[in-house]
Design a protein around this ligand. Structure first.
Ligand SMILES: C[S@@+](CC[C@H](N)C(=O)[O-])C[C@H]1O[C@@H](n2cnc3c(N)ncnc32)[C@H](O)[C@@H]1O
Length: 224
């Protein structure tokens, strides 16, 4: 059964104190995501599910102001501590589904490893009006492997993952308390298949570019 928002919040409150700023499957793709953005924009950016704020800090170098939302109060506390030198980021503890997003405000809406916690159609309906004309939606998230291509990609990803973890973090396994927290969270995590993502995008985000990445993730780039 999918987790309730209270469970999700509690899981990420627990993880906030365990997660460092080391290499991860998510931040591995920050450079790819940044490449989709202008060097500099006078518009604002929104990040949904900012966690400890690493991508918000990158957005802060490109956009006038960044609004970074997260359901977990502890994530937002850590994000604020790590972002003291970034006065143009506003962190808010908020559920994006109930947060009153301004209309046509954001040159970019980004979300990393968060949309799988939300009903896709409803969150897209929430995001679309908030994008400025020609604003860009960037999604990076996890998918459930189902096709031969997915499993072949995962077969390559597993050893690559170990090598990258060793090179970047100096170890291949996380500390026991981190693994325990992720395992507990993973018991209720549900991911869409790529076919579902492609179908949803075809319906809701015409001409979106959906891409499968090596490390168990897909991206969506869509222009309003
Ligand atoms: C797997 S973490 C990813 C964090 C960060 N984007 C990263 O790449 O490290 C997912 C985050 O989404 C947040 N989240 C989940 N549901 C949310 C919601 N409805 N509104 C805002 N944030 C949410 C969680 O609290 C958590 O911090």
């Amino acid at each position: 059964m999918p987790a309730t928002s209270t469970q999700i919040q509690q899981d990420f409150d627990r993880l906030a104190d365990l997660e460092g700023d080391g290499w991860s499957h998510n931040n591995h793709y920050h450079a790819f995501l940044l490449k989709q953005l202008p060097e500099r924009s006078e518009l604002d950016a929104l990040e949904i599910g900012c966690g400890t704020g690493a991508f918000a800090r990158l957005l802060a170098g490109r956009f006038r102001r960044v609004l970074a939302l997260d359901l977990s109060p502890r994530m937002i506390e850590v994000a604020k501590e790590r972002s003291r030198d970034f006065p143009n980021i506003e962190f808010q503890v908020a559920d994006v589904m109930t947060y009153p997003l301004p209309v046509k405000q954001f040159g970019c809406v980004a979300s990393i490893a968060t949309l799988h916690h939300l009903p896709f159609e409803a969150v897209i309906a929430k995001i679309k009006p908030a994008l400025a004309p020609r604003g860009r939606l960037l999604v990076l998230d996890l998918y459930q492997a189902e096709s031969v291509g997915d499993f072949a990609t995962s077969a390559v990803a597993v050893p690559v993952n170990f090598v990258l973890k060793w090179l970047k973090n100096g170890r291949v396994r996380e500390a026991p308390e981190v693994r325990a927290a992720w395992e507990a969270h993973g018991r209720t995590d549900v991911y869409p298949t790529l076919a579902q993502v492609r179908g949803d995008c075809a319906r809701l985000l015409p001409h979106a570019r959906v891409k499968r990445h090596l490390l168990f993730r897909y991206s969506v780039v869509w222009d309003a």
